[in-house]
Design a binder for this molecule. Sequence first.
Ligand code: UTP
Length: 288
Amino acid sequence: KKAIIPAAGLGTRVLPASKAVPKEMLNIVDKPAIQYIVEEAFAAGIEDVLIITNRGKGVIEDHFDHAVELEHKLSGDPNKADLYRDVLQCSQMGNIYFIRQKETKGLGHAVLCAKNFVGNEPFAVLYGDDVIISDDPVTGQLCRAYEKYGKGAVGVKEVPTADITKYCSLAVAPLEGNCFTCTDMIEKPRPEQVMSNYSILGRVLLTPEIYDILAHTKPGAGGEIQLTDAMAEYARNCGGMTAVEFTGTHYDMGNKLRVVEAQVELALQHPEIGEAFRAYLKEFCKTL
Ligand code: UTP
């Protein structure tokens, strides 16, 4: 029922775009990235969402708040009914709460900031810069794995061998269908430390035991308190986790090329501009 969305990182990989605009607010066609993520959480049946921000990210709170003047203006114009609906929807998605991570000490530390919100229930973590487009929300895929196997779950995909050292690497054994048992993991492995090409891409489902581990997790890769380090201990000592090779297309908003690919692919599917964009793209491709 609960999800947290850490969105307090510095976004250094997409500077200068992320200097004044949080990378989680980078636009894909006509919605900021974080809106796709919040929509995924509610579509999966999550009831309460906590977004973790920091100084300079107040614009995320504004996006999910009422914009009274704008709404008033749009509501009075019958030609702008669709825009009015879309603007209003941002403030009516469900229960969204905010908390600040006062120092950028890493994803594990951000999750630690949500301890009181989580209480004594399992909870989902949707990384604020990972947009995943799927007819079957990935958060829901992890919830089903938790219900079936009774263990924390991680959403995974295979990444190319050349890239695995930039991600985390998981020790996995086949379980059933698209599910694996995960018994260990390592963040940003050196080539000789790689356990498989399976890596976590932006979605995990944890149980409150993770907080006992995060309380003593030391800074790891990049000098940050890494959620992966805490999950590695959890996987080794708490009976493993379930790795779910999820269905969906993943876009990392911290990767300039993926941001552009997200624009193109989602523009092609967009009900308003999809057809015209397809025609444009076909013509443009002839010039390449
Ligand atoms: P990333 O490591 O991808 O984000 O964290 P970053 O720190 O902004 O990375 P660079 O600078 O582009 O390399 C994944 C998610 O966790 C959040 C980020 O905002 C991102 O959505 N995060 C990261 C926090 O909330 N707090 C942190 O201390 C670090």
